[in-house]
Design a binder for this molecule. Sequence first.
Ligand code: HXC
Length: 510
Amino acid sequence: MKNILEKAELRRESARMGGGQKRIDAQHSRGKLTARERIEVLLDPGTFEEFDMFVEHRSSDFGMDGSRIPGDGVVTGWGTINGRTIYIFAKDFTVFGGSLSETHAQKIMKIQDMALRMRAPIIGLFDAGGARIQEGVAALGGYGEVFRRNVLASGVIPQISLIMGPCAGGDVYSPAMTDFIFMVRDRSYMFVTGPDVVKTVTNETVTAEELGGAKVHTSKSSVADGAYDNDIEMLLQMRRFMDFLPQNNIDGTPEWPSYDDPNRMDMSLDTLIPENPNMPYDIKELILKVVDEGDFFEIQESFAKNIVTGFARIEGRTVGIVANQPMVLAGVLDADASRKAARFVRFCDGFNIPIITFVDVPGFLPGTAQEYGGLIKHGAKLLFAYSEATVPLVTIITRKAFGGAYDVMASKHIGGDINYAWPSAQIAVMGAKGAVEIIFRSDLDDPQKISERTAEYEERFMSPFVAAERGYIDDVIKPHSTRCRISRALAMLRSKQIEKPWRKHDNLPL
Ligand code: HXC
């Protein structure tokens, strides 16, 4: 028995070496950890249970007969993050460049099936060269099976993709169908076709970083939700991130101990709004002062900065935050901001995470660029997302809520449960200046009259009370009491239930 045990351990040791010491050293020299090292940092110490470490590919074409490496380019299994079960697969770049073969795909599929059966999140770590070129259609078939499982699990369990090296060809579409994508700066890139193919087809000369680096995908394409400087930073932040997420769409949000008094008042909020309504202020200051311990995990921080989205906690329970940002484009809603917030709202709704919306929005952004870019459809995505949401919706209007954007930002009319306004709120069809220039056009030559009319319009409509008189606003609250009022609202809304008519699925404007 001793002999057998020793032999098994030797085999295990050899499998753990992946593509061998030389390739492990090459991985380290590029500033990257190996697949197993990454898993060790991500999961609670000693909790990783590996599956299928002895699986080898079955290909014999192009000399593959003589090169079988146990594990076949992907490390799979499960473990825990702060005690909660997580399924994981990590591409091993030291084995055939982490490329996907038929058996490699089967290992991922096994983990996807288990995660779905056990209703626990799945995290994929990507660092690979796409389809195993020697395997042809067997690899393509493998991708298809993985994609189908991504879709089946969507909205049932959280699916997270971490891009930690190359991610090209077939490898990009599995992450694209998961809930969140995070990238490592300067070391990872994602594209459907690489710089060489781009050069051949479009004659553009572009580097991998310029084509699909973290900067491109977090600030331009919005493919990625965040980026980190290195493997360790990303993996530690992911441990923090996973604490915000529920295990699945049934269990409800996790509850962590909170030492932050839900009734905490913050007097500095009473002076947050500048006297001049056109002066910006930082909405993130409000978010940080309201949520538990100022802990806010921002999603898509570098894209469409005119709207802020992210996770926080109130009384230890996860909430999603959506907030117009007056510091960027005056907090206007444009196509990118609408798309960004719509996807976030849909994630929260799908996983039973209540949404707090802070509103300071001067309207939708006018112009040909926006209209040609489909502002109507993209704006409708956010309207649709809020309107179909059944999770608790708490809305606070801090300043402007103008035009269609008033309706869209979780107003009472589209399903807001609790709608509060600060005394500084201005709820109107448009700003006073624009309104007066339209309805008193004949007085435009008389500055005295125009300024009187503007003051009259401001007095009548630019306050929260016209909306409050109609019950569209439940109360006009003191800014310093915002945290307390939100906590109370969320506690009351915990039993919220909405029955919807049967349908196969909705037809979200895509
Ligand atoms: C087989 C691969 C491979 C692949 C890399 N390797 N990619 N083996 N199939 N797709 C192997 C290399 O041969 C090499 O083996 C080792 O992995 C490391 O690769 P290097 O090229 O030395 O590393 P590096 O210089 O860092 O370049 C990484 C890379 C490059 C940029 C990812 O390897 C690359 O361009 N690979 C091919 C990418 C690609 O075109 N994939 C197919 C996409 S098509 P040795 O033994 O020399 O160490 C696709 C279609 C699916 O995915 C569509 C489904 C919808």
